[in-house]
Design a protein around this ligand. Sequence first.
Ligand SMILES: [Fe+2]
Ligand SMILES: [Fe+2]
Length: 127
Amino acid sequence: MLVEHQRLLKACEYLKTQHSTPLTTQERLAYVVKVFQGEMVPHIQKEEYIFEACRGKIPELDFLIGELEAEHLYLSRLYSNLTETTELDKVIDQIVEGLEAHIIKEEEHVYIMIQQYLPDVIDKISW
Ligand SMILES: [Fe+2]
Ligand SMILES: [Fe+2]
């Protein structure tokens, strides 16, 4: 999961960087679509499987998992919005901002707790 998070954070960084030839809105959109289809959708599916396996054991973890699932939904909704919105750049910026904060929360809180309290859940999962 860590490697996937690194790749997703790199993609966010790429979208935020001021490039010498600035990306056009259409280029940013195409990049977001590629990242979602190639990385983000399968990543969320894997995580929801892990979260399901961790649920009901530690109340504090259940609470955080609830928040993360709501964030998955929020990010997926923003992504779906891209087909309708006239403010593409704004929505893309919201995705970048939301995704970065989401990954930091997972890494700094949730996966640390899972590793500490439920290491066998991670060990049992075969990808
Ligand atoms: Fe996630
Ligand atoms: Fe994640």
